[in-house]
Design a protein around this ligand. Structure first.
Ligand SMILES: [Fe+2]
Length: 187
């Protein structure tokens, strides 16, 4: 279940809206030109380590999104808890950037936080299993997978080179709260 927090982009202490209501979250994001959907989770949860099983489990909504948005391919990215390169992977998309194509992600398992910077606001969306977020091309944003990354997501691509990040050089991400999931490490 996604949680949306809307901040003024000049002051991260000013929260204009906070909601975990799907309809409200989707409506607010739609006003900003961002597509947010909840996809039904299949009764038989696929083994998230098997990329093809994940894609097969969601073949209906995956095909529908590709058709609707012109995506040409999809793959599965998995960040298992305890991944050795986790800090570097977290840092890679933690600064504000853009892409020349839409960035669409469906969360199969785990969670992560997207921050969208548009219209004088920062929209922070914490996505979890069943949440699909599609960020329009050239919208400024960053992504925080948290200090102990743990997620599996389906990614969508329009062109082989379309998802290259162009960093804006703005340090705005440093001013906003990082993603700190409430769940602790597995012991
Ligand atoms: Fe991105």
């Amino acid at each position: 279940m996604a949680r949306l927090t809307v901040y003024s982009d000049t002051d991260p202490t000013v929260v204009e809206l906070a909601s975990a209501d799907h309809g409200l979250v989707a409506a607010h994001l739609a006003l900003a030109g961002v597509l947010f959907e909840r996809w039904p989770v299949p009764q038989a949860i696929p083994d998230v380590a098997d990329a093809q099983a994940v894609l097969d489990a969601y073949d209906g909504p995956v095909a529908a999104l590709m058709e609707a948005r012109g995506f040409q391919s999809a793959d599965v990215v998995r960040m298992p808890r305890g991944f050795t390169d986790a800090a570097a992977r977290r840092a890679a998309f933690l600064a504000e950037h853009t892409h020349e194509e839409d960035e669409a992600r469906f969360f199969v398992q785990g969670s992560g936080a997207f921050y969208l910077h548009t219209d004088g606001k920062v929209y922070r969306i914490v996505c979890g299993a069943g949440d699909m977020l599609s960020i329009p091309a050239r919208m400024k944003h960053w992504f925080d997978m948290g200090p102990e990354p743990d997620f599996t997501a389906i990614r969508f691509f329009t062109r082989p080179d379309g998802w290259v990040a162009t960093f804006t050089g703005d340090v705005i991400a440093d001013r906003f709260p990082k993603y700190e999931p409430v769940t602790g490490p597995v012991r």
